[in-house]
Design a protein around this ligand. Sequence first.
Ligand SMILES: [Fe+2]
Length: 617
Amino acid sequence: MTTAILGISAFYHDSAAALVVDGEIVAAAQEERFTRKKHDPAFPASAIDYCLKEAGLKPEQLSYVAFYDKPLTKFDRLLETYLAYAPAGFKSFCLAMPLWLKDKLHMRRTLRRHFTSQARLVFTDHHESHAASAFFPSPFDSAAILTLDGVGEWSTATFGSGEGNKIRLLQQLQFPHSLGLLYSAFTYYCGFKVNSGEYKLMGLAPYGRPVYQDLILKHLVQLKPDGSFWMDMDYFNYCQGLTMTNAKFHELFGGPPRPPESMLEQRHMDLAASIQKVTEEIMLRMGQEIHRQTKMKNLVLAGGVALNCVANGRLLREGPFENIWIQPAAGDAGGALGAACFVWHQLLDKPRQPGGQDAQKGSLLGPRYASEVIAAFLSEMDAPHQRYSNEADLLQAIAALLAQGKIIGWFHGRMEFGPRALGARSILGEARNRTMQSTMNVKIKFRESFRPFAPCILQERVADYFEMRPDQESPYMLLVASLLPQHRISLSETERKEMEADPDLRRRVNIVRSTLPAITHVDYSARIQTVDEKRHGRYYRLMKAFEALTGSPVIVNTSFNVRGEPIVCTPRDAYRCFLATDMDALVLEDFVLLKEQMKASVTAAEREKYLGQFQLD
Ligand SMILES: [Fe+2]
């Protein structure tokens, strides 16, 4: 008899469902992709439907439903925090309570409403879910585990170890002392959205100098040699208020928070650089300590902070661990997968089969669409297209368009699980093109961005371009590495001066500093995705075709969406995004659509509708 375990994360941020059948990760997806609401926290009904459909199961065939945290313990933390700060937290208490009383507190009842079957309900601890998502799908027989996020029930960081089919958490840091919340406080202070703008702050850091690092370590954070720390809550407001920071914090850093969308000043870049350095220091110290205690050569990571790919890159280069694996859905969406894996291995004592590759399947765990479905859709839309029956012809045609500097919407295979597009729902471009970054930002993503795009590089050529070993993989775009000196272009004296005087980063972004300008940050770093045939199949073969044509093993990969929109899921989502932007071509599996062949009236109308819907981030 098969054992089907459904994992769920919901009601906080980025709801998701994941399905593990007899130990195999069969499907996983975030709810936002179906509802088209970014970071949708609602009960993931659509994601659950999809997971069951993928496996050909009905809800009553589920053996277990695992929820990714323990709502009662979380509620306990909430109440204790409110009481400790009362009456200061009364306003946020009143805002939080209705949600708790409606769904969260009665999670068992909520789940039973959806699953009337005999499925047993299991509630795993929040950080246990993260730890399970990091270790069980990893390629390692044994590994040290580090989880870092904002907060779960009480824990904000844990470490432990995984061996065979068991994980064990040894130590934890508790709320309100939290690296995730510390980083979010600076995200908020610098004018970005908490829970999603952290990535922007990390991207801003290379423009600044860490001049506030000492101030942070003197006043905000008391950091110990083992990486544990204590935060002075006199500077923060998240325990009792609706903001992250308070007047004392603002006074310390020289002014009020930056209003969102306003001009970025050097001060904000320096703040970003400073908190980034502190984060790296904390993670490196933690890494040292975990290694000292466990003596293991492998490390696995999960929790929202594990999406900090700059810190991950340093951990890999400078830390004591030989190998690192990071759960691609490191945030709370991945908790759904962790909870399901936890039931199978930890509770049911089923063995793992690690060896060679991880069990995450390239994180390509979402829906796919058959050619017949796409053909029917295109005929419904009356959209001019060409269908290729031969893959090599298709890939050659797309490689040629890329080489001409065209921007391609690439939709192939199963959708990615986790926040990054990894070549299944991606927008692609030529990385050597000097104007690619600004064109993609302004005409496709509808944003002015200081962040360069991420490169995809053929696995076998990674050491030719970046400071990485030839065998080092980064299939999930979770590591940052530097471009090798031979690909860098040094700046002229005039460019250097212009760059320093540049008030709003626009000029800095456009100064060509390498042979791959679209993907090189000001400090020559890049967020890398290595692409291999086993994981990436057709996407790898597209890159091979591009390499054969141009000699370059690198292309730009950005997520297939516009600003404020979740990554596209269906052919319809992709088609609408294609029409509404200045993308030159859309590839839907074997079908190619060219913008020049589309009716101008259709694209103009779609753009108007689309941007009204999504542009606000
Ligand atoms: Fe979390």
